[in-house]
Each structure stands twice: as structure tokens, then as C-alpha cells.
Design a protein around this ligand. Structure first.
Ligand SMILES: [Zn+2]
Length: 518
């Protein structure tokens, strides 16, 4: 199996709030890809972390009577705990207050300063503190912040600027020659028209507060928090480090294959970030994929509107794998999508309890009951045309799944698995093993049917693993197989007939006990 580095990132989350369904959504999607790419033999590096600088953090700390660092140290474990709870398999967790990040940011500024991409200028504009963003007069909406609608203050300060305006042509050229750089296409069009509208140089430092990474060449200036945050993608893997091992890591993993971002932060990721990388002479990431918002009853979920459920509450009710499955299966990745308790219960009972969980339970039960739990040999003389649909669906699954995951279409990937799961249910109904068990004569056919169905389950479990790692691992254990987490060549593993004759199957408890509406 061809292996290669595969670097996946989530945005780093702002320590001003605790993890919620939105941040969990991005992180689960990234995790499912990371898990799948490990199963395709890639050398995956999956990064997430925290954005800990900026005025808002300093203010929140002050309001709580602690230092900014203490504030960050208090919030950080809440993120780590939530990711543990959700089965997130990140390889690293960067916090922008770590020394490795500061070292990398300063190395970056030194490089850009030396190469003439920075200059000092004065800046005036309207500033929104909650958004930590400057606006020019024209951008304000009725005199207020166009993003959050709150009041803005007029600020005049001396800043360092990055010559962003010089990069418009190179950016447009890159979008043209790398159509996958911004995905999905709707976002790509948005970015294109923004850059075609002309780019202004970007102020990259602040002097009005100190909670940030100082510019190495001008005391009193700290890095603008948004820019500070973007640099995590390179500092975490060793950019600017003196340590040869870290330098090697950077050379190995950069550029990233996918940056997962929310659609509200694409300008930073698709315009500013690539221009910064170009200025530093670094290659650009392959894809920035912007997902949509989760909506409840048509409104964006937010804590302030009180329509947010916490990840922990949902895990409590549905279990972690069902939680992960629901958000990947019910919301088309890249579009906005409605989520609700009702639809989650429906998905759970329909897809998981009925289709998948029940299939496993019935088969494992029948294998115990009729075959003492030992997988019997399928005999070619007992093959029937009725078996062909099942083997054909299992045969096309690796390719269909890969094609879908290649464009981060989790819905299509899971639908491909469900084609097999549903057909296997149909197969059991048609073949009726309980009837075949009634006579000596049909016994070999019973053994063949059970083998085929168990084999379909083994293969389906491989492809449910990226979304639902713990139940897939459990299905493999019950099939008497090894650790599904050790699979590094999923396509080879999915070849029909690899379920060993003689495997010991155990039935166990239902994987997804039915949930009744309260
Ligand atoms: Zn605002």
C-alpha cells in the first residue's frame, strides 16, 4: 500500500467559550478523515488546539480575577476532555501560549521583515472588541459591527502591515490552477470575487494590549490574534524550531492536505493565509474545506440564543458513535444543515438500531444458535445467484467510499456502506436461515448463507470505523477478529473471503439499544 504523509487540521478554537456542537462537528469530521487515512496506509498527522491570545481572552481573565494564562489553563482541559469523550484521535494539541508556537511566530515575522514584506504605518478604523476586527467606515452597518451588530470604537494606532495587496495576482493564479484549493465550489466563488475586488494591506500588530506574541523587531507590538492563530498550522509541526527533529517533522508534513474551517473564516484561510505562506516561500495547503453552519429550527446554533445542546448531553443520551454518525450522516458537509433531537432519534433508531445493530445481533445470534458460534466454510456447490448482489455491493464499496471521502462527502460515503448493510438485511430475509436450519439437506446452504452475511458485516464494519470507531471495533471482536485499529490497507482487508473459517463469534448485547421518545 502506498503511504505518504497526510496532514489534517481543525481551526484552533478560541478559549473564550467551552466546546459546543459546532466545534465538535468540525473536529469529528476531521477525525473521521484522519481515521480513514490511517486505514489507507497514510502517515497521518492530525492537529487541533486552542487560540489563547487576544484582547478578549485578556478581558475574560480580568473579569474572572485571574491572569490570562491561568484563564487559558482553566479552559484548555475542557477541550481535551470533550475530544477524549468524542473519540478524537488527534496526534497533537497546540496551544498558542506554548513556547514552540511563540518561537515559530517570531521566526516567521523575522523572515517576512527581512524580506521586505512588512512596513510600519498608521492605522485608523473602527474596532469591534468582541470580534477583534477593524472595519473601515463603509463596512459598518448602521454604525455598528457588520459581523456581530455590537458597538464599535474608533481607534488610531501605529501598526505593522503585511503587504497583502501585492499578492492578489498570485492568489488568483493559484485558485485558477488549483481548483481544489478552496472547497466547496460556492466558497471558491466567494473567495474569487473577494480577491478580484482588490486587497488592502493588512495590519498585523497591536499596541493597545500585551496578551499576544511580541514582534521580534519592535518592542511594544504584539501579533494580531487572527494572524497568530493561522500560524499554528506550521508552528505545531516545527516551523522555526532549532531542534533538527522538529525541522524534519515540518519538512515531512508540510504542506497540509486539508484545513477544515467554518465558512465564516474562509477569508483568513483562503486569502490571508496563502499570501502569508507565499511571502515566506512556503508551499500552500492542498485544500481548505469550509463546512456550513448547524441550524436548529433554521437558526444558527449559539449559546446566546439558548438553542445549543452540549456534546456531553448528546453523548449521554445516544452514545459517542451514534453522535458522530448523526452529524456526519445527516448534514451534507459543506452546506448548512438542520439538526434536532427528533431527527437524531430517527436516525439512531432507523439506521443504527434497526439496520446495522439489528443485523449484527441477528447474525451473531444465529451463528451461536446453529453453528455453536463457529464460522463454517462456504461451499461453492452451495453458491446461489442470490449471493451475487451482496458480494457485488461489497466489491464496489472500497472504491465508492474512497471516491466520496476524497471529496469529503461523508453522506455519500456512509450511504455506500448502508447499501451493503441494507442488502445484507434483505439477504437474510430472502434466504431465511431459520428455515434452512430445519433440515439436514439444507444445512450446507445455511452455513454458506451465514458465512456470506457475516463476511458482509465484517466488511461493513471496516467502513463504518472512521465514523464509528468503537462499535466497529466491537463488531470485529465479536467476529473473533483482531483489532480493527491495526488495519492499514482497508482495500486489501475488504477483499471478499477474508473472514477466516473457524472464527469464533460471540453475540453480546445490542450495539444500539432502541431509544424511545420521551
Ligand atoms: Zn463584532
Amino acid at each position: 500500500m502506498e503511504t505518504g504523509p497526510f496532514y489534517i487540521t481543525t481551526p484552533i478554537y478560541y478559549v473564550n467559550s467551552v466546546p459546543h456542537l459546532g466545534t465538535a462537528y468540525t473536529t469529528i469530521a476531521a477525525d473521521a478523515l484522519a481515521r480513514y487515512r490511517r486505514m489507507t496506509g497514510h502517515d497521518v498527522f492530525f492537529l487541533t488546539g486552542l487560540d489563547e491570545h487576544g484582547q478578549k481572552v485578556a478581558q475574560a481573565a480580568e473579569e474572572n480575577g485571574v491572569s490570562p494564562q491561568e484563564w487559558c489553563d482553566r479552559i484548555a482541559p475542557k477541550f481535551r476532555e470533550t475530544w477524549d469523550l468524542l473519540g478524537i484521535s488527534n496526534d497533537d494539541f497546540i496551544r498558542t501560549t506554548e513556547q514552540r508556537h511563540k518561537t515559530g511566530v517570531q521566526a516567521f515575522w523575522t523572515k517576512l521583515h527581512d524580506d521586505g514584506y512588512l512596513y510600519k504605518g498608521s492605522y485608523e478604523g473602527w474596532y469591534c472588541v468582541p470580534c477583534e476586527t477593524y472595519y473601515i467606515e463603509d463596512q459598518l452597518v448602521e454604525g455598528e459591527c457588520p459581523s456581530c451588530g455590537r458597538g464599535v470604537e474608533f481607534i488610531r494606532e501605529e501598526n505593522w502591515f503585511f503587504k497583502l495587496s501585492e499578492f492578489a495576482d498570485r492568489l488568483l493564479d493559484h485558485y485558477e490552477t488549483h481548483p481544489d484549493f478552496v472547497q466547496p465550489d460556492t466558497r471558491r466563488n466567494e473567495v474569487l470575487s473577494f480577491v478580484k475586488g482588490g486587497l488592502r494591506d493588512l495590519s498585523i500588530s497591536r499596541t493597545t494590549f500585551t496578551w499576544g506574541v511580541p514582534l521580534p523587531f519592535d518592542e511594544g507590538h504584539v501579533t494580531y490574534v487572527w494572524i497568530d492563530a493561522l500560524l499554528n498550522y506550521i508552528t505545531a509541526i516545527g516551523y522555526g524550531s532549532d531542534d533538527p527533529e522538529m525541522q524534519e517533522r515540518f519538512a515531512h508534513y508540510w504542506p497540509a492536505q486539508v484545513h477544515y474551517v467554518g465558512k465564516d473564516i474562509i477569508r483568513f484561510h483562503c486569502v490571508i493565509w496563502p499570501a502569508m505562506l507565499m511571502a515566506a516561500g512556503l508551499p500552500l495547503p492542498e485544500t481548505v474545506f469550509a463546512h456550513g453552519f448547524l441550524l436548529t429550527k433554521g437558526e444558527k446554533m449559539s449559546k446566546s440564543k439558548g438553542n445549543a445542546m452540549s456534546p456531553a448531553q448528546l453523548v449521554d443520551r445516544f452514545g459517542v458513535d451514534a453522535y458522530r454518525y448523526y452529524f456526519l450522516r445527516d448534514v451534507q458537509f459543506g452546506s448548512d444543515g438542520s439538526v434536532s433531537m427528533e431527527s437524531m432519534v430517527q436516525r439512531y433508531n432507523g439506521d443504527l438500531a434497526n439496520d446495522w445493530g439489528n443485523l449484527c445481533s441477528r447474525l451473531f445470534n444465529m451463528t451461536e444458535k446453529y453453528l455453536d458460534g463457529v464460522v463454517a466454510e462456504p461451499l461453492s456447490e452451495w453458491h446461489d445467484d442470490g449471493d451475487d448482489t451482496l458480494t457485488a455491493l461489497a466489491g464496489v464499496l472500497p472504491e465508492k467510499y474512497e471516491e466520496a471521502m476524497g471529496r469529503l462527502d461523508y453522506v455519500a460515503a456512509l450511504e455506500a456502506v448502508w447499501d451493503l448493510v441494507k442488502d445484507c438485511n434483505r439477504y437474510i430475509e430472502n434466504e431465511a436461515p431459520w428455515n434452512l436450519a430445519k433440515s439436514e439437506e439444507t444445512w450446507p446452504r445455511l452455513e454458506t448463507v451465514l458465512y456470506n452475511a457475516l463476511e458482509a458485516v465484517r466488511i461493513a464494519a471496516l467502513f463504518t470505523a472512521p465514523a464509528m470507531p468503537s462499535t466497529s471495533a466491537e463488531v470485529w471482536r465479536r467476529l473473533g477478529l483482531g483489532d480493527i485499529g491495526d488495519v492499514t490497507d482497508i482495500a486489501a482487508e475488504a477483499v471478499w473471503g477474508r473472514l477466516p473459517v473457524g472464527s469464533r463469534v460471540t453475540k453480546g448485547d445490542p450495539l444500539y439499544p432502541r431509544i424511545y421518545e420521551e
